[in-house]
Structures are given as structure tokens and as C-alpha cells.
Ligand binder design. Sequence first.
Ligand code: GLU
Length: 304
Amino acid sequence: MLSTRNSVHVVGKYIGRFAPSPTGPLHFGSLLAAVASYVDAKANLGLWLVRMEDLDPPREPAGAANRILEQLLQLDLTWDGEVLYQSMRLTAYEQALELLTSQGLCYHCNCTRQQVKAMGSAYDGTCRRRSDPPPSDFATRLRIEPVKIGFHDQIQGLYQQDIENEVGDFVIQRKDRLFAYQLAVVVDDAYQSITDIIRGYDLLESTPRQIYLQRVLHYPQPRYGHFPIIVNEQGEKLSKQRFAAPIDVSNASPLLHLALQFLGQSPPSSNRSLKPGVQLQWAIENWDIQAVPKLANIPQVSLK
Ligand code: GLU
């Protein structure tokens, strides 16, 4: 069954967000996410919130969250309201987990990383079929109904995923008891009444899982747009884990100019030396989300 239910939350004001994981300072890829989400929000007369996704302490060097905030300020990317820290939101994730559990949608899984890897791309439901749940050392997975999730991505167009066969029942609480990104992001996007999410293409395939969770938790579905991510010469995603260099915000003006060009906008070359705030104002006035490049290999599907 292909489900195209579209409960896009468009009533009221646009609320966008930038949600970095503080695993290191901003690199060029995360700068793009900050700039694209900021400019899209402001071009739509919306709010732009910052949420620190600090859910995984072992991967977060001390001071990284503050460093990111300082970098944003040096780029004149000023956020609305207070920064929300996911580390302060554990009770909310616990409540969502309890709600899903009370609906019989969760089960415990102690498959090892190697076992899961050997299954290929989708979890094969091994622990779903167990009659004796593992007593300890388990992750919690969400039971998935066979449904194709389709949505209209503002940049990439129509995207759909056969979530059962491409992903399978997915983890919402990890073995180490940390809440999974997929659960926390959905709970907080709803909590902050986020209407629009602009982020990198690497998260496109996570979006159907997030829409699935929004449906079972009866949350509204935001609009999504995924811009292409930067790859290095080897074609690998540039990420903090791959030691992508932190951006040097003492060079904020040319960096911002480059970011806007990468996002398909055409800032005049004379803007390159202008202060970040002035360049951002130009970008807000001239923002064209349709000019953001697509990726050639996105499956284009019809939702008819
Ligand atoms: N925290 C995630 C990251 O830094 C992004 C989350 C999101 O935009 O949904 O990759």
C-alpha cells in the first residue's frame, strides 16, 4: 500500500530549525545546513530555532556545543528564542517510548551489530518473532507495518521508501539506553512546532522513518527539503567523523559567499567581501529554493 497522506502543518507561522550534533565544530556541510535553514526561514518570515542534539555524550567533546554557537554568531546566524538541548529532554523521549510500548508497537532486540549487518539493508525481524524477550542488553525496536511512505521534498521532488523492505523495524532506544536520533528528532520537531526542515541529503532516507513515527505518535508532518551534501575527492560524505576541517569563521565573508553559491544561489561576486549579515540579507531577499541543485540519482516517483 502506498500511503500519501499529507498532513503538512501549514497553519500559522513558519518555524524552521538547525539541529547540529555537537560532535565537533561546524564544518562546511553543517554550515550549509545552518545557512539554508536560516535563509529559507527568514525568506518565509519565519522563526529559526537552534536545537543542540547532544544525545550521545561519548561522541561530544567538551565545549563543542558552545563552539558551534559562537561560530553561528560570528556568521551573523542569530537564532530565535533559547537553544533547546536534547540532553534536557530525556523525560519527553521516555514518555514517547512508553506511549509506543503501551500500543504494543515496540519489542526488545539483542541482535549483535554483526548479525544486523549480515541481514543486509533491512532488519529481518528476528527478535520480533521471539517468544522469550531478551532479559538484558537489548535495544528497543519499533514494529513497522508494510507501508510505503512518500512525500514531496521541496528540493528533490517526490521521494518514497518501502520502509519495511528497505529499513525494517528500527531502533528507537539503543542498547546503551541512549535514545535513538530518529525518536528524539521527531519528538522535538513536534515539541517545537517545527513546520519546515531544510537539511542535508544524507538524512533523506531517514525522513520516511521520521514520518512513520509522526503518524504513530499523531504529530503533524513538517515540510522537508534536502540539499546535496558535500563529498571529498573520494566521493565520501564530508562529516565531522571523517575529520572534515572545522570552518574558519575568521574567514566568514568568503565562506558564506561560497555556501550560497553551493546552494545554487547567485550572489554577486562583489558580495564576497561584505559582512556576513549583509550577505545574509541579500540571500533572504533573493532566496530561490528551486535553484538549490538536486542530485541526479534520486529516484523520481509518481505518487498517483
Ligand atoms: N543532528 C543531526 C546532524 O547533525 C541533524 C538532525 C536533523 O537535521 O534532523 O546530523
